[in-house]
Design a binder for this molecule. Structure first.
Ligand code: NZQ
Ligand code: ZN
Length: 392
């Protein structure tokens, strides 16, 4: 087990009707004026936004609203949000939505607190010294941004999708009402489930040894989400399945499933470029490239993939070699993705990048020669090009 720090300061308020506590929570965290940040139409249509705003009103907290966050959230709206917050004297950010809305709020918080353009942080030109406090009312179980230290933003100038992670951007609180996710389209539910699984898989595929407890937590979380994603495929309003998936969203990306491992994250970096260039749903993009990544890297340590095959996918070990088990597991995982109507190739994802676009994505993925990606196997631009081609 490698040394680690585990820091998960977010207050979780979980269960039915919990959004009605939002005003009280915001007040407890000392807000004097709030930006209520939201997405396209879902939070308005469901009445959630009205309930949240009413709760702020009851707590006597003044607020302004800014909607319009799109999936793969854009820098231009972040900048608009910063200007609005400055004008209105906002000192607390409330994200009502999914990972995109929360990340947009985090980026606004970075810009507001540091009084600069937040892209400087995503471009690694300087480090943030803080972030305006924020909280979240989550409407989709997926990205885990409600408890993570990450923030992922797309800069329309060059369509660069970049992440930036610090503990400053951890939500003060996360309101998690699983019922709010019942209005999700089936595709978004399944895509979210893949993202949740993948946040633990990225941590699981590591060469660190002596991680039995962390591996066990990972395996259990992934198995549970796999099971409940199928339940939701057939019964979208099943509360207990929604609840398991929502709690898994937070636990899968708050660091718990990576304590003592080193993590990989190449699948995420490879997918982020697809999101930046083709605007695909993040989880679906992960499903589309994971099998190709796995085939490209498994020989670095087939035993770890064999462990995954046996412990997560219930493949009988018998007298099979680690290599055979690893390959069987990769195929079984892809079968599973298909069973919840998730893509396992770029074609199934609905995109067909040209050779030039693949080269461009690989270069962007390496921040134009400034980094490599992956921990299980370190990948350079030429490796990423091969993986995109394998995923076609
Ligand atoms: O905009 P609205 O109308 O709300 O529609 C959204 C959006 O179209 C819809 N939706 C959300 N809740 C709903 C709903 N529709 C009906 N009923 C509801 N209750 O779902 C669509 C997707 O929403 P989005 O917020 O984009 O989903 P998700 O949570 O998957 O977030 C994806 C973004 O998070 C980033 C991804 O890269 C992507 O940009 N990630 C952020 C991470 C983090 N900050 O820790 C980690 C992740 O790995 C990921 O990279
Ligand atoms: Zn993700």
């Amino acid at each position: 087990m490698v040394n680690f720090e585990y820091y998960a300061p977010t207050q979780v308020v979980f269960g039915k009707d919990t959004e009605l506590q939002t005003g009280k929570l915001v007040k407890e965290y000392g807000a004097s004026k709030v930006l209520v940040h939201y997405g396209g139409s879902s939070a308005k249509k469901s009445g959630l936004l009205d309930r949240v705003c009413a709760s702020l009103g009851e707590a006597g907290i003044p607020y302004v609203t800014l909607g319009g966050v799109v999936p793969n959230p854009r820098l231009s709206l972040v900048r608009e949000g910063i200007a609005l917050c400055k004008k209105e004297g906002v000192d607390f950010l409330l994200a009502v939505g999914g990972g995109s809305v929360i990340d947009s709020a985090k980026a606004i918080g970075y810009g507001l607190f540091n009084d600069c353009d937040p892209w400087l942080f995503f471009d690694r030109q300087t480090q943030a010294k803080g972030c305006t406090p924020l909280g979240a009312v989550l409407t989709i179980a997926a990205a885990g941004s409600e408890m993570s230290n990450s923030c992922v933003i797309t800069n329309e100038d060059g369509w660069l999708k970049r992440g930036y992670s610090t503990n400053y951007a951890r939500c003060r609180f996360a309101v998690l009402n699983p019922e709010l996710t019942c209005t999700l389209p089936a595709y978004q539910t399944a895509s979210g489930c893949v993202d949740i699984m993948m946040h633990s898989m990225e941590r699981f595929f590591s060469h660190a040894k002596g991680t039995e407890l962390t591996d066990g937590i990972c395996e259990s979380l992934i198995r549970t989400v796999m099971k409940q994603a199928k339940v939701l495929r057939d019964d979208p309003s099943n509360y207990d399945a929604r609840a398991d998936v929502m709690w898994a969203s937070s636990l899968s990306h708050n660091g718990l499933t990576g304590c003592g491992t080193t993590g990989d994250w190449a699948t995420h970096q490879i997918e982020h470029e697809l999101g930046g260039m083709f605007d695909v749903a993040h989880g679906a993009g992960l499903a589309a490239v994971w099998g190709s990544w796995a085939r490209y890297v498994y020989q670095e340590e087939p035993e770890k993939f064999a462990q995954f095959a046996v412990n997560v996918l219930d493949i009988p070990a018998g007298k099979k070699s680690a290599e055979d088990l690893a390959m069987e597991g990769i195929c079984a995982m892809e079968d599973y993705f298909r069973s919840i109507h998730m893509p396992t190739s770029l074609t199934e994802l609905g995109i067909s990048p040209t050779d030039a676009q693949i080269e461009d994505m690989a270069q962007k993925c390496m921040h134009f020669g400034k980094r490599t990606i992956g921990g299980f196997k370190v990948l350079k631009a030429e490796d990423v090009v091969k993986i995109y081609h394998m995923a076609k």
